[in-house]
Design a protein around this ligand. Structure first.
Ligand SMILES: Cc1cc2nc3c(=O)[nH]c(=O)nc-3n(C[C@H](O)[C@H](O)[C@H](O)COP(=O)(O)O)c2cc1C
Length: 163
C-alpha cells in the first residue's frame, strides 16, 4: 500500500515539467522490426556498461523486444520528428517510411539517428505499472554530432544554448 495519495493529473503535470531526450528502442520480431519511442532512457553503469529505460506494462511492443533478448537504442535527432511520430503510434505501421538497416546483432538501426546503442537484455525488474529494463552494451556509435530531439509538456523541440 502506498502511504500517500497522488492525483494522476498532478503526477503528469509535475513530472511533465522535466524534459527528456527521445529514442526509439528497436528489435526484430522474427523478420519484422518492432519498436517503441522512449523518453525514459538513461545511462546506468560504466562497469559493466549498462543503460536502462522504463516500458509501460501495457506496451504491446515491449514483449516483442523482450522476446528478442536484445535491443537497439536509436537516439533521435531534432530533425527526426516524423520517425518519432510513426514509432510512437500503436500497430503495424510504425516503420512505414522509416529507413533502417539490420545490424550484425540482428537489430534494426534507424538511419540518420544521432547515436545507436546495441544491447543484450541484462535484467527486467518490476517498477509499479512499468518495468525497469537494463541492457548491457554490445556495440555503440555516435553517428552525427547534430542536436538531439527533446520532449517537454507533450511537444517536440530542439536544444538552445544559453550564453
Ligand atoms: C516522447 C515520448 C516518450 C515516451 N516514453 C515512453 C517510455 O519511456 N515508456 C513507455 O512505455 N512508453 C513511452 N512512450 C509511449 C510509447 O512510445 C508508445 O506510444 C507506445 O509504446 C505504443 O504502444 P506499443 O508499445 O503498444 O506499440 C513515449 C512516447 C513519446 C511520444
Amino acid at each position: 500500500m502506498s502511504e500517500t495519495t497522488i492525483d494522476p493529473a498532478d503526477f503528469r503535470k509535475v513530472l511533465g515539467s522535466y524534459p527528456t531526450g527521445v529514442c526509439v528502442v528497436t528489435a526484430m520480431d522474427g523478420d519484422k522490426p518492432a519498436g517503441m519511442v522512449v523518453g525514459s532512457f538513461t545511462s546506468v553503469s560504466l562497469d559493466p556498461p549498462l543503460v536502462g529505460f522504463f516500458p509501460d506494462k501495457k506496451s504491446t511492443s515491449w514483449p516483442l523486444i523482450e522476446k528478442a533478448g536484445r535491443f537497439c537504442v536509436n537516439v533521435m535527432g531534432s530533425d527526426q520528428q516524423d520517425v518519432c511520430r510513426s514509432a510512437s503510434a500503436r500497430g503495424d505501421e510504425k516503420f512505414v517510411g522509416v529507413e533502417f538497416t539490420i545490424s550484425d546483432h540482428d537489430l534494426p538501426v534507424i538511419a540518420n539517428s544521432i547515436a545507436s546503442i546495441e544491447c543484450r537484455l541484462y535484467s527486467v525488474t518490476e517498477a509499479g505499472d512499468h518495468w525497469f529494463v537494463m541492457g548491457e552494451i554490445l556495440r555503440m556509435e555516435t553517428v552525427r554530432e547534430d542536436d538531439p530531439m527533446l520532449f517537454h509538456r507533450g511537444r517536440y523541440g530542439g536544444f538552445a544554448e544559453r550564453m
